[in-house]
Design a binder for this molecule. Structure first.
Ligand code: TPP
Ligand code: MG
Length: 1031
């Protein structure tokens, strides 16, 4: 229906008042043309029912009839048949038969139809041509010659690549059968020279509106079945489809000047000779070379040049191993000696951390784009081996860069993502990232994806690696056009890349360039491909390198001559040799030269923190009160909130009056105060706006006006930084990666990702394991991202209970057996750690740890296990007094009750963290053991507060030491805490355990069992004889 509508709209050539004269002025009459306009060749006004106002209706009828003559009333059918057959003015119309049709009238109508025997054929032929055009547009890519090796199953080996003007139907029969399913829509040899009017859904005509069928086929073959396969007809936007048609169908549109051809050749020379140089110098080193897809370099440079021309001045790229060194050298323009020196095994590491191998490191470079003469910054994000994991990170960083420069439409900053064919099809994160592409708080306004489709993934061929025809099918979900292109045709590649960049700058939507190529060597240069792909590699051995092919072509065209070509090669080889000589002087590998996101001004010039102190994270009473008041109000006029929410805000208001905060208010105060200091805050995750547990309510919804919302946090201060709070797509891997990337761009933002429940973070494990935990060690890149992970055993069953603290703690880099020798644990210990893990038991401490995250002079990831039931627990409140200037985050909260008053009498110290503290104090009170048992809360688990816990242990000399947790013994904190506590006390005493027994699942789903387990652990915790026999 949509299609028919457009057809009609686009084909509408005339209004009813136009005459033959005006028609013939606009449309050159072609002999034997089947023209829709023919029906107007009679002065239409002569028909009794035609007038200016009825013309639209008539046209509707006409085009509906063209599609299917039976779809209109018989009277229209007859009229159009007659008009088409050239009936004299005023005679085409036959009044319809009366309702009580007499046989004689019907036969009269039938007579009229039969009187025009060729009309049916003409209509059918016309429709057949339209369908044929559409078939090429939809399925032309199936028979395009995309595979340089000619082995791909979607290719027909006999497919002609250059089409002679004398299209021979015998040659095309088979192709057309494939395209049209079941033949040629009734057309045959005899129709080839008939001239057909072209619909406006094609551009093959150029300036002509009608062409002989032979020429139509030839032009469609040229547009859709050569070295470019355009997959776009699934896009449900007509303007976008038209745009693409125009880019590929317009005759002669793919033209290159000699200058452009020479530039392309020079880029291919660099790409090819770079790999050859590395191969010559380090033949036994892995480099994941680009041979077989050397065209990637000109492809990327084209995308960057075109984007720069359109106004982009910052391109952020993510890519896997393949060709990475080449991209660094020839696209980003990293100094060659910096690359070459990495092949020297004697090179020492100068910086902290373990560093990473050369094909994982990132890069940042600002330079002049020579083609556009404009400044351009290029950044390649460091990536782990885990394929595609960098995708959301690149997007997050891009979003942040756009955000900081006010680029709300993606006109200045863009991302390019490179993919391997196997990884693009196989990794779910690709899909998750695509689904971020059009969400308001996550869009980067279009990414250009380039797939190095070498038709193999390590040793696995596509038949075994994916179920979709192309590796790129995943992109169809977001209506991204996909341009498949034979990578052995450099001009086709460059053309497609230009179109891709233009698409992005026109529609700000994702687009995919699928470079169909091959991999000349094994997976790496040490790998033997013939073990597993013998026939493919026999074919590859025969394959002439693309540079050689293209050079021969340009020489044959007289664009360059042999000496010029050789000179170009010699020139680049010399550049490489000279850089190689210089690289030998590099004795030290500075990983910090490979930073993808420098933070100018944040560190000293040597990359050190500007201080090693952290100011008080407290806040003055006035600000606390002000933030509290805004948090409990609706700061805009005429805004009706839900009654239940009014009550929540009222309670908040009362808390503020009483100078107390709960969890939600503490968070409000931390955020609100940082915003005042110009720190941007971004909180993202599933349902974070309200909060999974309905405690936050950062976005108010007008109950009477659809989509009218208010974010009070953005109404706090006159010149405050903006606050972004956004519900995310239901993806942990994608969204956490995205936020990590966002946090990477600037140290002056607090970026938080909240899991719906803590356990769901495991679907983002790759981001945690590969980026967050080791990012600084691998890439000298700090990151202050905060993970909020709701955690706690509350009888909700195995699925919603544990944020898996044991996993985070296991990956902490502090030594369990060594008591650190530090003057200042507060800050120095944080500086040395890989991340900070906390479980706060009070809102005030939560407030402080969030503020500390920004007030520290360096950035570390912060993992916070956040509460669920404590959000509303009447005791889990803090006074303003604990948040005033001079107060700070408490790494340990010692007991302050009777036990602490007479510590020598204390028989047991229970060390714990998080919510179990409230169970323990309740139980202690019930058992009246407040003087016997001290309870010490470890709020910062890692880095472990050795110093403070030592003081605690010393304070209670006669006491047994017990670690108490609500988690199972093989989970939670025990394995982490025990050896460290033992180190703290110099192993002078045992550290006992009170908690749940080891288990496979994180929690029971049975409420009764849950309560029994809890009681049992409390019994152990307060049974002073519990460990007697074990001592
Ligand atoms: C998530 C993940 N799984 C497995 C691997 C191991 N691996 C490294 S390269 C590779 C093949 C990748 O094939 P493709 O994406 O087509 O890229 P190509 O090497 O062909 O350029 C595999 C399986 C990996 N790096 N990451
Ligand atoms: Mg591959």
């Amino acid at each position: 229906m949509l299609n028919l509508r457009t057809c009609v709209a686009k084909l509408r050539p005339l209004t009813a008042s136009q005459t033959v004269k005006t028609i013939s002025q606009h449309r050159p009459a072609a002999p034997r043309t089947f023209q829709q306009i023919r029906c107007y060749s009679a002065p239409v006004a002569a028909e009794p029912f035609l007038s200016g106002t009825s013309s639209n209706y008539v046209e509707e009828m006409y085009y509906a009839w063209l599609e299917n003559p039976k779809s209109v009333h018989k009277s229209w059918d007859i009229f159009f048949r007659n008009a088409n057959a050239g009936a004299a003015p005023g005679t085409a119309y036959q009044s319809p038969p009366p309702l009580s049709t007499s046989l004689s009238t019907l036969s009269q109508a039938q007579f009229l139809v039969q009187a025009q025997p060729n009309v049916d054929k003409l209509v059918e032929d016309h429709l057949a041509v339209q369908s044929l055009i559409r078939a090429y547009q939809v399925r032309g890519h199936h028979i395009a010659k995309l595979d340089p090796l000619g082995i791909s199953c979607v290719n027909f080996d006999d497919a002609p690549v250059t089409v002679s003007p004398n299209v021979d139907l015998a040659v095309f029969k088979e192709r057309l059968r494939v395209l049209t399913v079941g033949g040629f829509y009734g057309l045959d040899e005899s129709d080839l020279d008939k001239v057909f009017h072209l619909p406006t859904t094609t551009f093959i005509g150029g300036n002509e509106s009608a062409l002989p069928l032979r020429e139509i086929i030839r032009r469609l073959e040229m547009a859709y079945c050569q070295h470019i396969g355009v997959e776009f007809m699934f896009i449900n936007d007509l303007e976008q489809c038209q745009w693409i048609r125009q880019k590929f169908e317009t005759p002669g549109i793919m033209q290159f000047t000699n200058e452009e051809k020479r530039t392309l050749l020079a880029r291919l020379v660099r790409s090819t000779r770079f790999e050859e140089f590395l191969h010559r110098k380090w033949s036994s080193e892995k480099r994941f070379g680009l041979e077989g897809c050397e065209v990637l370099i000109p492809a990327l440079k084209t995308i960057i040049d075109k984007s720069s021309e359109k106004g982009v001045d910052y391109v952020i790229m993510g890519m896997p191993h393949r060709g990475r060194l080449n991209v660094l050298a020839n696209v980003i323009r990293k100094e060659l000696e910096q690359i070459f020196c990495q092949f020297d095994s004697k090179l020492e590491a100068a910086d902290e951390g373990s560093g990473d191998v050369k094909y994982h490191l990132g890069m940042y470079h600002r330079r002049i784009n020579r083609v556009t003469d404009r400044n351009i910054t290029l950044s390649l994000v460091a990536n782990p081996s885990h394929l595609e994991a960098a995708d959301p990170v690149v997007q997050g960083k891009t979003k942040a860069e756009q955000f900081y420069c006010g680029d709300t439409e993606g006109k200045k900053v863009m991302s390019i993502l490179l993919h391997g064919d196997a990884a693009f099809a196989g990794q779910g994160i690709v899909y998750e990232t695509f689904h971020l592409s059009d969400l308001p708080s996550y869009t980067t306004h279009g990414t250009v994806h380039v797939v190095v489709n070498n038709q193999i993934g390590f040793t696995t061929d596509p038949r075994m690696a994916r179920s979709s025809p192309y590796p790129t099918d995943v992109a169809r979900v977001v209506n991204a056009p996909i341009f498949h292109v034979n990578a052995d045709d450099p001009e086709a590649v460059v053309y497609v890349c230009n179109v891709a960049a233009e698409w992005r700058s026109t529609f700000h939507k994702d687009v995919v360039v699928d470079l169909v190529c091959y991999r000349r060597n094994g997976h790496n240069e040490m790998d033997e491909p013939m073990f597993t792909q013998p026939l493919m590699y026999k074919q590859i051995r025969k394959q002439k390198p693309v540079l050689q092919k293209y050079a021969e072509l340009l020489i044959s065209q007289g664009v360059v001559n042999q000496p010029e070509y050789e000179e170009e090669i010699a020139k680049y080889d010399k550049i490489c040799e000279e850089a190689h000589a210089r690289s030998k002087d590099e004795k030290i590998l500075h990983i910090k030269h490979w930073l993808d996101s420098p933070w100018p001004g944040f560190f000293t010039l040597d990359g050190q923190p500007r201080s090693m102190t952290c100011p008080s994270t407290g806040l003055n009473e006035e600000d606390l009160t002000h933030i509290g008041q805004v948090a409990s109000s609706v700061p805009v006029e005429d805004f009706t909130i839900h009654g239940g929410l009014s009550r929540i805000l009222k309670t908040r208001g009362e808390m503020v009056k009483n100078r107390t905060v709960d969890w939600a208010l503490a968070e409000y105060m931390a955020f609100g105060s940082l915003l005042k200091e110009g720190i941007h805050i971004r909180l993202s995750g599933q349902d974070v706006e309200r909060g999974t547990f309905s405690h936050r309510h950062h976005v108010l919804h007008d109950q009477n006006v659809d989509k009218r919302t208010c974010i009070p946090m953005n109404h706090l201060w006159p010149n405050q930084a903006p606050y972004t709070v956004c519900n995310s797509s239901l993806s942990e891997y994608g969204v956490l990666g995205f936020e990590l990337g966002f946090a990477m761009a600037s140290p002056n933002a607090l970026v938080l990702w909240e899991a719906q429940f803590g356990d769901f973070h495991n679907t983002a494990q790759c981001i945690i394991d590969q980026f967050i935990c080791p990012g600084q060690a691998k890439w000298v890149r700090q990151n202050g991202i905060v993970l909020l992970l709701p955690h706690g055993m509350e009888g909700m069953g195995p699925e919603h209970s544990s944020a898996r603290p044991e996993r985070f703690l296991q990956m902490c880099n502090d030594d369990p057996d060594v008591f650190p020798k530090l003057d200042d644990f507060d800050v120095r210990q944080l500086y040395d750690c890989n991340w900070i893990v906390v479980n706060c038991s009070t809102p005030a401490n939560f407030f402080h740890v969030l503020r500390r995250q920004i007030l520290l002079p360096f950035r570390k990831p912060l993992i916070i296990f956040t509460p669920k039931s404590l959000l509303r627990h009447p005791e889990a409140r803090s006074s303003f007094d604990d948040m005033l200037p001079g107060t700070h985050f408490l790494r340990v909260i010692p007991d302050s009750g009777p036990a602490a008053q007479s510590p020598k009498q204390v028989k047991r110290v229970l060390f714990c963290t998080g919510k179990v503290y409230y169970d323990l104090t309740r139980e202690r009170k019930a058992r009246q053991m407040e003087a016997d048992v001290a309870i010490t809360r470890v709020e910062q688990l890692s880095p472990f507060p050795f110093d403070l816990l030592e003081q605690e242990a010393q304070k209670y000399p006669a006491a047994e030491l017990v670690w108490c947790q609500e988690e199972h013994k093989n989970q939670g904190y025990y394995d982490y805490v025990k050896p460290r506590l033992r180190t703290t006390i110099n192993r002078a005493k045992p550290v006992w355990y009170a908690g749940r027994e080891p288990a496979a699942a994180p929690a029971t789903g049975n409420k009764k069992t849950h309560l029994t387990e809890l009681q049992r652990l409390l019994d152990t915790a307060f049974n002073l004889d519990a460990f007697k026999d074990l001592a």
